[in-house]
Design a protein around this ligand. Structure first.
Ligand code: URA
Length: 433
């Protein structure tokens, strides 16, 4: 087989066989296929697409390029959750202990990632001592003893995807639904769960800016999962403004703690209950979404969810006293409220700009080895639909550098649109596949 012929075949939109796809993925991962040929292949996929069979075979080849976790030694159905990423998205920090406190085991691999803030793993490391590089035995023991473990993705989880993603990033071939869907699902399938709930974000602060492309991506991922023998559901959720109020690592952890104590913002809790009830339903803990939602609400009001969170932090060697006393987390040196010149109803808040402002403050990574500042970010005081007067602060910024603070302030101010017309709060759940 020659890579040149396979690029030619894809260019002509002919279907590649499973053997051909394996040849490409394995050859590229081992270094036998050079970047320039792989880049040409990825661009051909970007323009001609892939059939359902090709997408499944690509996903499975990427899954099998590294370790595939075997969770079968643990009893019961294992349900995973994945978010396509958004601004202020702290749902995993809340959902993992919440669902575990309902008796459903959570064995989750999470990422650090590039972006406006760190990933779940960075956020959890806000707890001094918290271990995210868990040895395999500890990962399984914790799930058995405590019903929960959240670990950083091992280097050998879908290594083909890591290498391909880096090349896509440098060759303008990220924006291809077959490539995004197979990339995400290869890692999910390698993480070994029986069922997966996908949170596909839609809007300004998301990968997918409109409902049509988000629905196409969700449909593709659900199809891959089902063809691979897993139960998969995708929920399309709002990302036209930050989710919840906090954006920034420690700030988001604090909001997650407050939410587990029953003081979560409505928009965040709506998404958490939508995802959590589907996890409980797929895990056969409940017979309906309504029952699932009631179970989750009860876990919060009874204090079980918060207790499970502390148990989880301790089981991963973190200092859980911070959960009881979040005021002890370090705080940024400069804390300032931001005001707008206008008066009226907030009709839009560009999530992407708010996220970018947090990145400017140092809360996210542009390159994979960047060190992030866990203390910086912002807390929204007003959201879409709020009426504001001139002396109402719209958000609070947390910074450690005056110059960066001024730059972030200008950016967040430009994120808001204010009108005279009454504007309703945004709908959070936009669809389901
Ligand atoms: N996230 C991924 O893991 N892969 C993609 O291709 C895009 C987003």
């Amino acid at each position: 087989m020659r890579m040149l012929d396979l690029i030619e075949k894809k260019k002509e939109k002919r279907e590649l066989s499973n053997e051909e796809i394996k040849f490409i993925v394995n050859g590229f991962t081992k270094g036998d296929i050079p970047d320039y040929q792989m880049a040409a292949f990825l661009m051909a996929v970007r323009f001609t697409g892939m059939t359902e069979n090709e997408i499944l075979n690509l996903t499975l080849a990427m899954r099998d390029s590294g370790d595939v976790l075997d969770l079968s030694r643990m009893v019961g159905l294992k349900v995973d959750k994945h978010s396509s990423g958004g601004v202020g998205d702290k749902t995993t920090i809340l959902l993992a202990p919440l669902v575990a406190s309902c008796g459903m085991p959570v064995a989750k691999m999470s990422g650090r990632g590039l972006g406006h803030t760190g990933g779940t793993i960075d956020k959890l490391e806000s707890f001094p001592g918290f271990m995210t590089a868990l040895p395999e035995d500890m990962f399984f023991d914790n799930v058995e003893k405590h019903g929960i473990a959240v670990a950083g993705q091992t280097a050998n989880l879908a290594p083909a995807d890591k290498k391909m993603y880096a090349l896509r990033d440098a060759t303008a071939t990220v924006d291809s639904i077959p490539l995004i869907a197979s990339s995400i699902m290869s890692k999910k399938l390698a993480a070994g769960a029986d069922a997966i709930v996908l949170d596909v974000k839609v809007g300004d602060g998301a990968f997918m800016k409109d409902l049509k492309s988000a629905t196409d991506l969700a449909t593709e991922m659900v199809t891959i999962g089902r063809n691979a023998g897993k139960q998969v559901t995708a929920v399309l959720t709002q990302m036209d403004q930050p989710l919840g109020n906090a954006v920034g690592n420690i700030l988001e952890v604090k909001e997650a703690i407050a939410s587990l104590k029953g003081k979560g913002p409505d928009d965040l809790m709506e998404v958490v209950f939508a995802l959590g009830s589907r996890m409980l339903l797929l895990g056969k803990k409940v017979n309906s979404l309504k029952e699932g939602e009631e179970m989750l609400k009860d876990a919060i009001s009874s204090g079980r969810a918060f207790d499970k969170f502390k148990e989880f932090v301790e089981a991963q060697k973190g200092d859980s006293s911070y959960a009881e006393h979040p005021e002890n987390f370090p705080e940024a040196a400069i804390v300032e409220d931001v005001y707008l010149e206008d008066e009226g109803y907030i009709s839009a808040i560009k999530a992407e700009k708010i996220g970018h402002a947090c990145m400017v403050l140092g809360g996210g990574r542009a390159e994979k080895d960047d060190v992030i500042d866990l203390t910086v970010g912002c807390v929204m005081k007003k959201k879409v639909g709020s009426f504001i007067k001139k002396d109402d602060a719209v958000l609070t910024l947390y910074a450690n550098d005056r110059e960066k603070m001024e730059q972030a302030k200008a950016e967040v101010i430009s994120a808001f649109t204010v009108t005279d017309e009454v504007k309703k709060p945004l709908e959070m759940i936009l669809g389901e596949v």
